[in-house]
Design a protein around this ligand. Structure first.
Ligand SMILES: [Zn+2]
Length: 425
C-alpha cells in the first residue's frame, strides 16, 4: 500500500483531514518507523483527540458469539489464535491471503484477511468495520480494504489455544495456519496439470503418535522425504475422499527435527463415532459381517479407467475388453451403526482361499460366476472381524477401504481395550 493510500484509508477511518494525516505519516516513515506502526501511532493520536466531533462514534463492539451470517459489518476486539498464509486465484488474479481464527471470551470465529495486517498469533486486535460472510453455514470475518486493524496493548485472555500447534488426530478440513511435528511415512513425486500447466508435487502419508494422514506438498520441499521427521509450520487442511488431508504451500516452513514416533495401531472407534467424525484416515472397526453385497466375488473392470463394468460396458469408455478382478463389499455392523467394507483382490483371495485363476476356473466349471461370491459370503457372513482401513463418508455412504482384515479373535488384547474404552466414562 502506498503512503498516499494509507493516508487516505486512515483519514476516512478516523474522520480527519487527509493532508494532515499524510504529513504525519511522511514524518514517521522518514524516521524509519514501519508503516504499520506509523499507522497505529496515528490511530492512537487521532483516536484519542478526535472525540465525537470528527468522524462520528466508532461502531459498538460485537461479541464473537453474537455474530451471524447476517450481521453485516462488525467491530470486534479479539485475540489472534492462528495465522495461515496462502496464495489463491481470485477473479483471475493471484492474491495472497491470510486465514485463521480469532477469539474473544465468548467464542471463536474464522477470518480471511485480504490485505496484510501483519497479524501474529497472540496479538490482541480490534478489527473495525469487518465484513461477515457465510462459509459452510458458519459466519466468517472478512478483513479487507475498509477494515481497520488496531493492535491493543492489553492482551485479552481467551479460553482457546493460541498458535497452530496440533496433533494430527485433531485436524479438521478447513483448518488454517496449523503447525505439525510429523514423520514422513511415504512420499511420491507426481506431475499434475495445475492451473499454470504441468507442475511437480509431492504426495504421500505423514504420521505422529496420534494417527496418520495423507498430505500434498504443492511446492516440493527438499526436507520432505520418506523416513524424515519434520516440523511443518503453516499448513492448511482440506478434505480428500472424505478424510482430512494436509497441504503444504510455498509459505510453509519445513524444518528437520529429531525422530517423531508414529502410531502403528490405527484409532479404535465404534462405527457410529467413526461415521460421525465424517471420515477417518486410519481407523480400526470391529463388528459382524451381516451381508456380502452384490458386486462382490468375480468382477470385471474397464482397462482404461478401472471402473467396474457390466457386460463389458464402461460408463465412460463404452464397449471395452474388460479385465477380471476380485473384491468384496461387505456390510459390517457393530450395534452402533454399519459401514460397507471394501476388500481388494489380495484380501479377497485370502478369504476365498484361492487365486483369481482358481476363482475363474471354479466359475467356468459351475457355468456361473456367482458361485465365487456365494462361497465368500458363506465364509464371512455372521462372523466377527477386526478391520483397519481408511473410512470415507460421502453421499454414497460410509465406505471402509481395508488395509488389514482379520478375525476379531486375532487380537483379543486390542478387542478388550476397545471394549474398555467404550464402557469406561
Ligand atoms: Zn472406462
Amino acid at each position: 500500500m502506498s503512503l498516499d493510500d494509507a493516508a487516505e484509508e486512515l483519514a476516512s477511518a478516523l474522520g480527519v483531514d487527509k493532508a494532515e494525516v499524510k504529513a504525519d505519516l511522511e514524518k514517521l516513515v522518514s524516521y524509519s518507523v514501519p508503516m504499520d506502526e506509523a499507522k497505529q501511532s496515528l490511530r492512537r493520536k487521532y483516536g484519542d483527540a478526535g472525540g465525537g466531533s470528527g468522524g462520528g462514534e466508532p461502531p459498538s463492539k460485537t461479541e464473537i458469539t453474537e455474530i451471524t451470517p447476517n450481521s453485516g459489518n462488525v467491530t470486534v476486539t479479539a485475540r489472534v489464535l492462528t495465522v495461515g498464509k496462502r496464495s489463491i486465484r481470485y477473479e483471475g488474479e493471484e492474491q495472497v491471503i491470510f486465514e485463521g481464527e480469532l477469539a474473544d471470551t465468548s467464542g471463536a470465529i474464522s477470518y480471511t484477511a485480504w490485505t496484510d495486517f501483519s497479524l501474529s498469533p497472540g496479538d490482541t486486535i480490534t478489527a473495525g468495520n469487518a465484513g461477515v460472510r457465510e462459509w459452510d453455514g458458519e459466519p466468517e470475518l472478512n478483513l479487507g480494504q475498509s477494515t481497520t486493524v488496531t493492535l491493543e496493548e492489553e492482551p485479552l485472555s481467551v479460553p482457546y489455544t493460541i498458535g497452530g500447534e496440533r496433533d494430527l488426530i485433531d485436524l479438521k478440513p478447513g483448518d488454517r495456519g496449523r503447525t505439525l511435528s510429523v514423520r514422513v511415512i511415504e512420499s511420491e513425486r507426481k506431475t499434475i496439470n495445475g492451473r499454470d500447466g504441468e507442475t511437480e508435487i509431492l504426495s504421500g502419508e505423514i504420521g505422529d503418535e496420534t494417527t496418520r494422514l495423507p498430505f500434498t506438498d504443492w511446492n516440493p520441499h527438499d526436507e520432505i522425504a520418506e523416513g524424515e521427521s519434520v516440523r511443518l509450520e503453516d499448513v492448511y487442511v482440506d478434505e480428500f475422499r472424505g478424510v482430512p488431508s494436509v497441504n503444504l504451500t510455498e509459505f510453509t516452513t519445513v524444518e528437520s527435527i529429531s525422530d517423531v514416533p508414529v502410531s502403528d495401531s490405527g484409532t479404535e472407534l465404534s462405527i457410529r463415532e467413526a461415521v460421525a467424525a465424517g471420515g477417518v484416515y486410519d481407523v480400526v472397526l470391529t463388528g459382524n459381517v451381516i451381508e456380502v453385497r452384490d458386486g462382490s466375488g468375480l468382477i470385471q473392470r474397464c482397462p482404461e479407467c478401472g471402473r467396474v463394468v457390466q457386460n463389458g460396458q464402461c460408463r465412460s469408455h463404452g464397449q471395452v475388453d474388460p479385465s477380471d478382478d476380485m473384491r468384496v463389499k461387505a456390510i459390517l455392523d457393530d450395534g452402533t451403526d454399519t459401514v460397507t467394507v471394501i476388500l481388494n483382490r489380495e484380501q479377497t483371495e485370502a478369504i476365498y482361499d484361492g487365486t483369481l485363476e482358481d476363482a475363474l476356473e471354479h466359475a467356468r466349471d459351475a457355468m456361473d460366476r456367482d458361485v465365487v461370491a456365494e462361497e465368500i459370503a458363506s465364509k464371512l457372513e455372521g462372523r466377527e472381524y477386526r478391520i483397519r482401513g481408511s473410512l470415507s463418508v460421502d453421499e454414497y455412504g460410509a465406505n471402509l477401504n481395508a488395509t488389514e482384515f482379520g478375525d476379531s479373535e486375532d487380537d483379543p488384547k486390542a478387542r478388550a481395550r476397545a471394549f474398555l474404552s467404550e464402557v469406561s466414562p
